[in-house]
Design a protein around this ligand. Structure first.
Ligand code: PSV
Ligand code: MN
Length: 394
């Protein structure tokens, strides 16, 4: 058992989002944490602290407008700072949703000037990716409309196709572009890339370097996410994940906090595919969560630990026996292969793996003992409190 789990954990790398360490909020407001990061420097420090404790988070996803306000000019320096802290810049996410110009969309905007601006921003993000050593662009669009009849859905589709083809055509063989989908929010009537079928369509149009990104929070209730994962893998089109959990919609809750079995079923499909192919598929695993109430770094440690637990369990499924049971339609025996693995307590084996890799067995306890939050509060607290309209000490 431990060899299987050790091998699975050795292979697992999880990218952390820079925005997961900053004070973010809901549309009803922000609750300020005095220790939260505000600058890219601080976000990199926080991510590096998680990597120091977990050993499996070597890269940090960045959002162009939030992390590179000076654009390309600061990119090389930011990459060097990341490396000096022991991490690297990972996926670059163009920010195509907050500027006033994007009120009616970015690549789907009826105004050709705005579409050009959005495309230029993606191309600038590609240059930033290259200057930081990143090989991945992750594209999420807030484009859509709120009322029937207000947008020409087909024209917008064509504008997306054209722009994504342009970006895809500029990528070299070692670069990828992942297209993310989301059924609604901020648009409430139609969304230009609303589901995995639309994302797959655009990724195919964009050429050989494009794939689909599955954000686990971006699905309707009861959607069978693992089936989407299985289909995308069988088409060679699954590029990556944004991990988080949801109860109602895109809630950005800690992955596995609501439905750990669903996360397990996703990894089961991935391991089954890898077992059949003789090698694990190449997939980027990224976290996309912003915690408003939990201590941000602790929540990220909890997140990464949860993914490790679920991966360890999925690795334990007896895939040979399972395949036999599936062929014979032995339903109970087949299902029990999953249930048995999911029930297995992998805690101690994960602790042993960490110790064997010179990592703290209990990273959450190690983080709390480190005094990091107190130091960050001392350094950042007065600025963070001053930046908040009203601040209540907890
Ligand atoms: C949108 O909800 C999303 O999932 C996209 O990945 C964004 O880049 C990210 O969240 C941060 O807002
Ligand atoms: Mn996402």
């Amino acid at each position: 058992m431990s060899d299987t789990i050790f091998a699975a954990l050795d292979r697992l790398a999880i990218e952390l989002p820079s925005w997961g360490f900053a004070n973010t909020g809901t549309r009803f407001g922000k609750f300020i944490q005095p220790s939260a990061a505000a600058t890219i420097e601080e976000k990199l420090c926080d991510a590096a602290e998680v990597h120091r404790l977990m050993g499996c988070c070597p890269t940090v996803a960045v959002h162009t407008a939030w992390d590179f306000p000076k654009g390309l000019d600061s990119a090389g320096e930011i990459a060097r700072r990341a490396e000096s802290k022991g991490v690297r810049i990972g996926s670059v996410n163009p920010t195509l949703f907050q500027d006033q110009e994007y009120k009616y969309g970015s690549l789907g905007n009826p105004d050709p000037e705005v579409r050009k601006r959005a495309l230029d921003h993606i191309l600038e993000s590609l240059k930033i990716a290259r200057a930081t050593g990143s090989k991945e662009l992750v594209l999420w669009f807030a484009d859509g409309s709120n009322y029937p009849g207000t947008a020409n859905i087909r024209h917008r589709k064509a504008w997306f196709e054209e722009a994504l083809q342009t970006v895809g055509g500029m990528l070299s063989a070692d670069e990828t572009m992942l297209v993310e989908y989301k059924p609604f929010e901020p648009a409430f009537y139609h969304t230009d890339i609303a589901d995995w079928g639309m994302a797959l369509h655009f990724a195919r149009k964009a050429g050989s370097q494009a794939r689909v990104l599955v954000d686990t929070g971006h699905h309707y209730h009861t959607q069978n996410i693992e089936q989407i994962v299985a289909w995308l893998m069988s088409e060679g089109m699954l590029g990556g994940f944004h991990f988080n959990d949801r109860r109602y919609a895109d809630d950005d809750l800690t992955v596995g906090s609501i439905d750990p079995y669903q996360l397990f079923r996703i990894f089961y499909e991935i391991f089954l595919f890898g077992w059949e192919q003789g090698a694990p598929p190449e997939i980027s695993y990224m976290v996309d969560q912003s915690h408003n109430l939990k201590n941000k770094i602790e929540a990220v440690i909890q997140t990464v630990s949860t993914v490790q637990e679920v991966v360890a369990k999925a690795a334990l499924v007896d895939y040979e026996a399972l395949a036999r049971h599936q062929d014979r339609c032995d339903l109970i025996d087949a299902e029990e292969c999953l249930r048995k693995a999911f029930r297995t307590d992998v805690t101690n084996t994960i602790f042993q793996w960490r110790e064997s890799r010179n990592l703290p067995a209990d990273p959450l306890a190690a983080f709390r003992e480190s005094g990091y939050t107190a130091r960050a509060t001392a350094e950042r607290g007065s600025r963070n409190r001053a930046g908040a309209a009203s601040y209540v000490e907890s």
